[in-house]
Design a protein around this ligand. Structure first.
Ligand SMILES: Cc1ncc(COP(=O)(O)O)c(C=O)c1O
Length: 482
């Protein structure tokens, strides 16, 4: 029998204790408590599209079902044969799985070799990495000269972009004086991870009134201030399209960061998980603008966002361009990242398969492609329409201004007229209590001192928005007065 009356205290890594992540912070926690009491809430605190009714792409799930269940492809083929022989009464053609999808699923399993339940190569199956490289080249118009081809050997499948960001930041921060520049406001994955690994967060502010654009003087000033304090700045993070701002960088904005990184010997971490969420604007990738310049670049993509929205399945990739040699050894960054990936064995195979589908959709001209394009358009049009509805509601809220183009899945309005002594946190908490709408306070992402914001994900179904937006307008009126 144990003689312990109390459990002994555990000393925990202080960096983990100090880490903060507002997207799942006190406001969403309060929302969960309210739901526990039977209240309904609208979770706009996080970009989790399928939690708010966005349907998965049919083709993706059909193929996943075929590769996951052993014997299913053969069974579907037997059903097709019976149907063609007129021996399946009451079954419609739509109830069956067509041969082209069956062939594609079979092809996936053939290339995977050992099935979905086996570990793959640490960095992901080579045919998936080749498909990713081809996708990047198509997207960027690579010609192998000024726009070099992507190298499958420098692509890593990951359990989502969060894991990729963690992995690269862990590799970069070797010492407590190592710093990483991040935009403010930023997605708190970056601040939290830098905190966790004990590095220095070096802020550069985005220019809100210029549509959250970049300013070269601000980049220079932020770098100089950090260096003056003895910080060894190693990398700069760019989130494009932005989270929480939704801002979309144009070519000049991307070039600004590439030039700045080139001149100051920095590695670029380009978080491009929202590259499909541009609603008519043009997405310019960092890989394309780095071109053949000797700038190290790590770019991230994910199955969680865009029109795919498969957040729970955890998938994505990281591409390293121009891997720098690692100081004091014979390895380069790709080799070290490969070692790092090998310790985790491999990313999950469902996420790998969905990543393959994301970069390798159904063949143009097929019925499956027609349906895929229609679903994609519907999802993106819907997102855009919902963002427009919310922006229109801001026009009826005194002091609320939302700058920049609509990108990603978020709006980040400035709350210009909060009563004295009230913070954006108080506002968001009260908004939740009054309307059930769960948003995140701007201070959770960082913002210019003295300014107040909130972030809302524009994901709820339109009828839900139609119901809650008038309630929000009323709430705002009574909160700010007048
Ligand atoms: C900018 C940004 N990067 C990365 C992530 C994480 O994506 P994943 O689900 O692929 O880990 C998110 C999630 O919201 C995000 O907004």
């Amino acid at each position: 029998m144990s003689t312990l009356t109390r459990l002994p205290e555990l000393v925990i890594n202080p960096n983990i204790l100090a880490m903060e992540y507002a997207v799942r912070g006190p406001i969403p926690q309060r929302a969960a408590a309210l739901r526990g009491q039977g209240r309904s809430t609208i979770p706009c605190n996080i970009g989790n599209p399928q939690a708010l009714g966005q349907p998965p792409l049919a083709y993706f799930r059909q193929l996943l079902g075929l590769v996951e269940v052993p014997g299913r492809i053969a069974r579907e083929r037997r059903l097709n044969a019976l149907w063609q022989a007129g021996r399946l009464d009451g079954v419609e053609a739509d109830d069956l799985v067509n041969e082209s999808l069956l062939a594609r699923a079979e092809d996936y399993l053939r290339q995977l070799e050992s099935g979905m339940g086996a570990y793959t190569d640490s960095t992901g199956p080579v045919f998936v990495r080749e498909a990713i490289a081809a996708f990047i080249d198509r997207r960027d118009g690579a010609d192998g000269r000024g726009r070099p081809f992507a190298d499958p050997g420098q692509i890593f499948l990951t359990d989502g972009a969060s894991e990729a960001a963690r992995s690269i930041i862990e590799m970069l921060v070797a010492d407590p004086s190592d710093g990483i520049m991040i935009p403010i406001p930023q997605y708190p994955l970056y601040s939290a991870t830098i905190r966790k690994v004990g590095g220095v967060q070096v802020d550069y502010y985005l220019d809100e009134e210029a549509g959250w654009s970049l300013d070269r003087a601000e980049l220079e000033a932020s770098l100089a201030a950090a260096r003056a304090q003895g910080v060894r700045v190693k990398a700069i993070v760019a989130i494009n399209p932005g989270n929480p701002t939704g801002a979309i960088l144009d070519q000049a904005g991307v070039d600004e960061i590439v030039d700045f990184a080139a001149e100051n010997g920095l590695l670029i971490i380009a978080d491009e998980v929202y590259q499909e969420n541009v609603y008519g604007a043009r997405f310019v990738s960092f890989a394309q603008r780095v071109g053949d310049r000797p700038v190290p670049l790590v770019s991230l993509h994910s199955i969680s966002k865009g029109f795919v929205g498969e957040c729970g399945h955890r998938g994505g990739y990281m591409e390293i361009r121009n891997p720098p040699p690692v100081a004091g050894g014979t390895q380069n960054l790709v080799q070290v990242a490969t070692k790092q990936a090998s310790v985790a064995l491999c990313s999950n195979t469902v996420g790998q398969c969905l990543t393959w589908l994301m970069v390798n959709p159904p063949e143009a001209g097929s019925e499956a492609h027609r349906r895929y394009v229609a679903e994609r358009q519907q999802i993106l049009d819907d997102l855009h329409a919902k963002a427009t509805m919310i922006r229109a509601a801001f026009d009826q809220m005194a002091g609320v201004e939302c700058f920049g183009r609509t990108g990603a899945m978020y709006l980040f309005p400035r709350l210009g007229r909060l009563p004295d002594g009230s913070s954006d946190f108080d506002y968001c908490m009260q908004l939740l209590e009054t309307t059930g709408l769960t948003t995140v306070n701007g201070s959770g992402f960082g913002q210019r001192p003295g300014s107040q914001h909130l972030r809302i994900a524009f994901l709820p179904p339109k009828p839900m928005l139609e119901a809650v937006l008038p309630a929000w307008i009323d709430f705002h009126r009574s909160y700010v007065g007048g």
